[in-house]
Design a protein around this ligand. Structure first.
Ligand code: PRP
Ligand code: MN
Ligand code: MG
Length: 181
């Protein structure tokens, strides 16, 4: 438990059991196909690293950096591509991997953007879904956990770039993110 956090929302054990279950389902659904996993920097990195090791079909990786949050706990609403994919996705089966869907702005933008590049298919996998915050609709194909409207950090998720390396997912104390704003 980190002193800036008030409680553990999801333990390492709960996360790893869920990641294994998601990997098993994805492997079944893509049986006989090749999969191109697209990770969204930087929040999805830890989840993606664990998830792809539970996927048994031939899997390729590429990364895109689409950021909608600055040094704030609130989405700015403006999606920026900071780094595009390295390769064409035309004709490929794409699985976008995210750590969390909050307002949906990031994924709504990204799904449209990637679909316009003529992939064979596009699906979305997120570890966390916070539906109470949704502004733009997002079709989620694989979801780990539905979570309440609380600010969570750890397992890749940050507040102002802090806490990404915490091994579990924790609720950040209000005082910590209120004083920065
Ligand atoms: C966070 C998170 C998701 C996105 C979700 O990323 O990792 O990508 O916000 O929010 P939304 O549904 O409201 O768009 P962020 O932009 O903070 O960048 P990061 O992954 O580098 O932390
Ligand atoms: Mn992110
Ligand atoms: Mg962030």
């Amino acid at each position: 438990m980190h002193p800036d956090c008030e409680r553990v929302l999801l333990s390492e054990e709960e996360i790893s059991a869920k990641v294994e279950e998601l990997g098993r389902q994805i492997s079944l659904d893509y049986a006989g196909q090749e999969l191109l996993v697209i990770g969204i920097l930087k929040g999805a990195m830890i989840f993606l690293a664990d998830l792809v090791r539970k996927i048994t079909v031939p899997t390729y990786l590429d990364f895109i950096d689409v950021s909608s949050y600055g040094a704030s706990s609130e989405s700015s609403g403006v999606v920026r591509i900071l780094k595009d994919l390295d390769y064409s996705i035309e004709g490929r089966h794409i699985l976008i991997v995210e750590d969390i869907v909050d307002t949906g702005l990031t994924l709504n933008y990204l799904v449209d953007n990637l679909k316009s590049r003529d992939p064979a298919s596009v699906k979305v996998c997120t570890l966390l879904d916070k539906p109470l915050r949704r502004v733009e609709p997002v079709a989620i194909d694989y979801n780990g956990f539905i979570i309440p409207d609380e600010f969570v950090v750890g397992y890749g998720l940050d507040y102002n770039e802090h806490y990404r390396n915490l091994p579990s997912i924790m609720v950040l104390r209000r005082e910590v993110y209120m004083k920065g704003e």
